[in-house]
Design a protein around this ligand. Sequence first.
Ligand SMILES: [Zn+2]
Length: 178
Amino acid sequence: MRGVTHTLLGAAVVLPIAVSREPAVAAGCLWLGMVGGGLPDWLDLRSDFKTQFRLKHRGASHSLIVLVGCAALLYLGLISLQGSPAAFGGTAVAPKDSTVAAWVAALALGIGSHLGSDACTFAGIRPLLPFSQWKVWLLPRFLRSRSDGYLDTVVRVLALVTLAFGFVVYAGRWIARP
Ligand SMILES: [Zn+2]
């Protein structure tokens, strides 16, 4: 998939979590979903990790270890904020437990959506790197496409439709609130 598609898909997959939250938490979910959606390719193509660890495209950056590792880092970061409200000049903006859970899940889902959609392309992914070269695809061969092939368009349109639907549902809920 292209970068835009991954980002849109990352936002779309977190809607089930975001839709029942208050605006600030929901916005955080969407943002983390989009970050997660872009993260594996960012690690490969743009970041310093690329040169430092000699990452090959769709290598370990597209593995479950990155998903779990990033979710764990975010969890630890948010939990540490809870322990020290002074981190923000004494203002108590430490996230609640339910917010921490929602944001960590959003990041994991975003990264998961990236891995899942790349696993629908010809190249597939190797989710168990660096431990195993085992390769997976989520679609039968005749339905796979190139990263910029028909699937990119299909996924992008589906993500946009889902997002539009999500925003309508969300807006409806907040307008209908007493
Ligand atoms: Zn990718």
